[in-house]
Structure formats: structure tokens, C-alpha cells
Design a protein around this ligand. Structure first.
Ligand code: NAD
Length: 329
């Protein structure tokens, strides 16, 4: 099969490419990425050595470039990871989020309609459901939870999800959507919570924590996410949404303290900063549907995954230091 993976030079997309190359060496992978600040070609260095891998630098919202790629590669599956993904950036300037996350998704699906496809898969987020109160530990997001996005980022992802489902209903395009909780693991861009805290702790610099650090996220090791997407694109039902989550809820403060403990650094590096506007309180996924239909379960415990991740950042300083200095651009 020919699989186009968009956004494959970013965090989860690159992990997915490595997962596919290992698990399905018979497939050809074409990565389409326009290398924004979040895309890093050095992340794909090992993939470049594989014979059935191709990298193409282009914008998913560029119709001409996308159609040309479809004519050249005749993809069977498209997995769309490409997105502007940082909430704080979406608060500063929402416009590029609408362009990439919504218009780009529309262009990819138009190409799928024009040239034919077995499956278009949209990688979405649990943030489309909004947030849950901290004092209702009994509540979880299911696939039937109403869309109730809070930030320009999550509302652009929600808009894209609605468009995907509309293309299924209106044009019978074979689509699927996964909505995942927060990921962590190798190749995570150092502006995001876990790699940011690791890099700052290693430099003995203050670790900025929003508000009181009470916000709860459901952390999933990135490889578990990749496995879930792989199952959905190959065995999941068309027209369906699948939630993916790890039942690994932690407050931001707990995550930061765990990182300090593993690195042997003191808690007084923590610096509490003014909270993010509209900051979602708690995300928690109910993954019962993907478990019962496709047998997926998270395999990595947070305690193990965080140690593996920290070790990866210790072993791959060149990768993230190049990002912090801007050398990678
Ligand atoms: P990321 O920011 O690390 O990577 C995004 C990639 O997309 C980059 O390589 C970037 O160059 C590329 N890109 C951006 N705009 C593009 C465009 N217009 N055309 C082509 N390529 C473009 O993001 P990530 O954390 O890997 O997230 C991937 C996807 O998963 C996103 O859709 C995100 O919404 C979703 N998601 C992320 C998480 C998480 O915890 N990181 C959780 C759930 C869902």
C-alpha cells in the first residue's frame, strides 16, 4: 500500500512513520510536510535511508502541490497529522490555525475524492470536547460527548473534524477520525510541557508552571498512539470516531515533579506563572470503543514511559539543542 503521512516531520507523525516502517515494511510511506518551525528534517534522518520512503516538502493547503503528489503516488491511505498544534501560539495568532487545520484538511479530502482513496484518516485531539471539572473524577470524554472546544487551536481541530464527517455523509468519502489525549515521547518539540521541563531542568533554569499546576491531562506514550492509529486505518470502521487515551491522569505539577525527581533536581526550580487564558482544567478519555472493537489498550505505564522519554532526551541532546538554538531551521 502507498500511505501519505502529512506532518511526518513533527512529533507524532515521525513516530508514526517509524512505527509503520518497522511494522509494515511492505508499504511505501510518503511524508508530506512543509517544515514549519515544528517540522524538523533531522527527525526523519533514519527514515530517509529506507528504500520505500519519500519526503516531499509542501503545504497541505496548496491544492496544486497536493494534487500533483496524488497523481505521482496514487495513495491508498492518507493519514493527516499536519497541523498547527500549540495552544499558546493559537491564542497569539489564530489565523494560520484556520488555514492549515481546516483549509488544509479540506484540500487533502478534495484530492482523495478526485483521485480515489481507501481511507482518509484525520488525527484529532480530545481537546475538541472542551474540558471536564476537576471535582468530577467520574466523568470521561466518549465519542458521543458534544464538541465544545475552548481555544482557537481546539476549535480549528473541531472544525476539521466536522468537515471530515460531512465529507463522509455528503460524498461517501471513506474516512475515520481518532481523538487522542496528550502524547509524550521522543521527538517532542521542546516548547511543549514535558520536553520543555526536561530541557530547563537539565540547564538548572526555572520551570514555568501555569497557575497552581492543577490542570489534569491524560498522558499517553506516543508509540501507543501510533499503534492505535495503525489499527484504525487498517481495521477500523469508515465514518467512525475513535477516542484514544491512556487512563494516565496527572496534574501538570505531578508531571513536573516526576521529571525533577528522575533527573535528581530540586523542586525549588518550579516557578509558578500567570495562567493561560481559558485554560482547560481536565481532559480524560474513555477508550472503551477502540478497546472493544479493535482490541487496543495502552501498553506503556506513565512511570516507565516518562523514564524512557527522559533518557531519550539525555541521549539525543543534539536534536533538541539544535532546536533551542534555531540551528535546525
Ligand atoms: P507537531 O506540531 O509536532 O507537528 C506538526 C507537523 O505538521 C510539523 O512537522 C509541521 O511542519 C507540519 N505542518 C504544519 N503545517 C503544515 C502544512 N500547512 N502543510 C504541511 N505540513 C504542515 O504536532 P504533533 O504534536 O505531532 O501533532 C500531530 C497531530 O496530532 C496534530 O494534528 C495534533 O492536533 C494531533 N494531536 C496531538 C497531540 C499531542 O499531544 N501532541 C494529542 C492529540 C492530537
Amino acid at each position: 500500500m502507498n500511505i501519505i503521512v502529512t506532518g511526518g516531520a513533527g512529533f507524532i507523525g515521525s513516530n508514526f512513520i517509524y512505527y509503520e516502517l518497522e511494522e509494515h515494511p511492505e508499504d511505501r510511506i510518503i511524508c508530506l510536510d512543509n517544515l514549519t518551525y515544528a517540522g524538523n528534517l533531522s527527525t526523519l534522518e533514519m527514515a530517509m535511508k529506507a528504500s520505500d520512503f519519500r519526503f516531499v516538502k509542501a503545504d497541505i493547503a496548496n491544492r496544486e502541490a497536493v494534487y500533483k503528489l496524488f497523481e505521482e503516488e496514487h495513495p491508498d491511505i492518507v493519514v493527516n497529522f499536519a497541523a498547527e498544534s500549540h495552544v499558546d501560539r493559537s491564542i497569539k495568532d489564530p489565523s494560520i490555525f484556520l488555514q492549515t487545520n481546516i483549509i488544509g484538511t479540506g484540500v487533502l479530502m478534495d484530492a482523495c475524492r478526485k483521485y480515489g482513496i481507501e481511507r482518509y484518516h484525520q488525527v484529532s485531539t480530545d481537546e475538541v470536547y472542551g474540558d471536564l471539572p476537576l471535582d468530577r473524577k467520574d466523568l470521561f470524554f466518549t465519542e458521543n460527548t458534544p464538541i465544545h472546544a475552548s481555544s482557537p487551536y481546539s476549535s480549528s481541530k473541531a472544525g476539521a473534524d466536522l468537515l471530515v464527517l460531512a465529507y463522509y455523509r455528503t460524498f461517501e468519502l471513506p474516512v475515520s477520525i481518532t481523538r487522542c489525549s496528550n502524547n509524550y515521547g521522543p521527538y517532542h518539540f521542546p516548547e511543549k510541557l514535558i520536553p520543555l521541563m526536561i530541557s530547563r531542568a537539565l540547564a538548572n533554569r526555572p520551570l514555568p508552571v501555569y497557575g497552581k499546576g492543577e490542570n489534569v491531562r491524560d498522558w499517553l506514550y506516543v508509540k501507543d498512539h501510533c499503534k492505535a492509529i495503525d489499527l484504525v486505518i487498517r481495521k477500523g470502521r469508515s465514518g467512525e470516531v475513535y477516542n484514544i487515551g491512556g487512563h494516565n491522569e496527572r496534574t501538570n505539577l505531578e508531571v513536573v515533579k516526576t521529571i525533577l525527581r528522575v533527573l535528581g533536581k530540586p523542586d525549588n526550580l518550579i516557578s509558578y506563572v500567570t495562567d493561560r487564558p481559558g485554560h482547560d482544567m481536565r481532559y480524560a478519555i474513555d477508550p472503551a470503543k477502540i478497546h472493544s472493537e479493535l482490541g487496543w489498550m495502552p501498553e506503556t505505564k506513565f512511570e516507565d514511559g516518562i523514564k524512557t522519554t527522559i533518557q531519550w532526551y539525555l541521549d539525543n541532546r543534539k536534536w533538541w539543542e539544535g532546536i533551542l538554538t534555531g540551528e535546525y531551521t
